[in-house]
Design a protein around this ligand. Structure first.
Ligand SMILES: Nc1ncnc2c1ncn2[C@@H]1O[C@H](COP(=O)(O)OP(=O)(O)OP(=O)(O)O)[C@@H](O)[C@H]1O
Ligand SMILES: [Mg+2]
Length: 325
């Protein structure tokens, strides 16, 4: 163990020739192992760009340290290339198949978690007929204001920006839209909203099912990623699987599954009120990761604070999602 620490310490000032940053700064050392029998060190090194020159230069520098300075007989290095970060805003669609499993609650809490991680977040309530984001995030009395060019300003709460059809209709009125009008509303949200600053993440709260709005996402979003929400019950998971396949057909990349209302915790003991396994089943069937399990939270507020268990789970989820999209 001590030897491994020593190796890391001795390698930390080697430079990645592309970024000109040290291994320490780029966290380039991904793994260190020692084959005692052959007195050989095994390394996994992450580089900004993997090309023959980079490999040669780093291998030479590492060999100097490991063989000459530290006296090992040999060193084996696996080079992996750093995933390139795509620039520009990222769009995450939140879908479920079945209604009422917690899409809107998950969307809102993810928005908060990303905001707490200093990201600029916009929420699009694309559940045009059953909009309830304003119930969760607030601003029920807000009315969307447009400028003379027909652009609208989003509602803002705690730095999270949001648009919803709830803001387009009189209180307690439903929006009765068909094809072309529905398209106009989505255009207003996706193309004619004056967002404040550069948006890092657009979170799109989809309606249940795999209807028109999910299809329309092809027109309005570029390279969207999909998050599937399910509860542990099989009546939710089997529809989530269908929604997952539908999104694959539409070319939307599924990044993972979140199981909501997974358990109820009392005195540190988990009670699986709605059964177990739905989230894992969806993830396995669609070949993606089960990113997290959210407990049942008996709370008046649908937004969980940073200090409560569910809020902490959302922070870790947001961290995972940021790496995936
Ligand atoms: N983890 C949870 N613990 C307790 N209650 C929850 C949890 N998640 C969601 N709820 C509650 O369940 C109900 C449904 O949640 P939500 O509206 O987020 O689901 P939805 O999938 O968006 O529904 P719809 O399909 O109608 O859009 C809400 O009353 C919400 O407060
Ligand atoms: Mg909803």
């Amino acid at each position: 163990m001590e030897k491994i620490k020593e190796i890391k310490q001795n390698l930390k000032n080697i430079l990645d020739p592309t970024s000109k940053k040290s291994f320490d700064e780029t966290q380039a050392i991904k793994h260190v192992g020692i084959d005692k029998e052959n007195n050989t060190v095994m390394l996994v090194i992450e580089v900004t760009e993997k090309n023959p020159e980079v490999v040669k230069e780093i291998t030479r520098e590492i060999a100097k340290v490991i063989k000459i300075n530290m006296g090992f007989t040999g060193v084996k290095i696996d080079f992996v290339e750093k995933k390139k970060e795509k620039s520009g805003p990222k769009t995450i669609l939140i879908a479920s198949g079945k209604g009422g499993v917690g899409k809107s609650t998950v969307t809102a809490n993810l928005a908060y978690a990303l905001m707490r991680l200093n990201k600029n977040v916009a929420v699009i309530d694309a559940d045009v007929y059953g909009a309830n984001m304003p119930k969760i995030l607030g601003g029920m009395d807000h009315q969307l204001v447009g400028n003379k060019d027909g652009k609208i300003y989003p509602f803002v709460k705690d730095k999270i920006q949001m648009v919803s059809t709830e803001y387009l209709v009189e209180k307690n009125q439903a929006l009765l839209l068909r094809g072309p009008m529905l398209n106009k509303v989505l255009k207003l949200f996706f193309e004619d909203t004056l967002w404040n600053g550069e948006i890092d993440y657009f979170l799109v709260d989809l309606p249940p099912g795999t209807g028109d709005i999910m299809l329309d996402m092809r027109t309005f979003t570029k390279d969207p990623k999909l998050l599937l929400i399910t509860t542990p019950q099989s009546n939710a998971s089997h529809i989530a699987i269908k929604a997952g396949y539908a999104s694959k057909k539409l070319g939307q990349e599924l990044i993972g599954v979140i199981e909501n209302m997974s358990y109820y915790e009392i005195d540190g003991k988990k009670h699986f009120i709605f059964g177990q396994g739905g989230g894992q089943e969806v993830a396995d069937e669609l070949n993606v990761e089960l990113l997290g399990q959210i407990p049942i939270v008996p709370s008046e507020s649908s937004i969980y604070s940073e200090s409560e268990n569910a809020g902490i789970i959302y922070l870790s989820l947001a961290n995972k999602i940021m790496k995936l999209v």
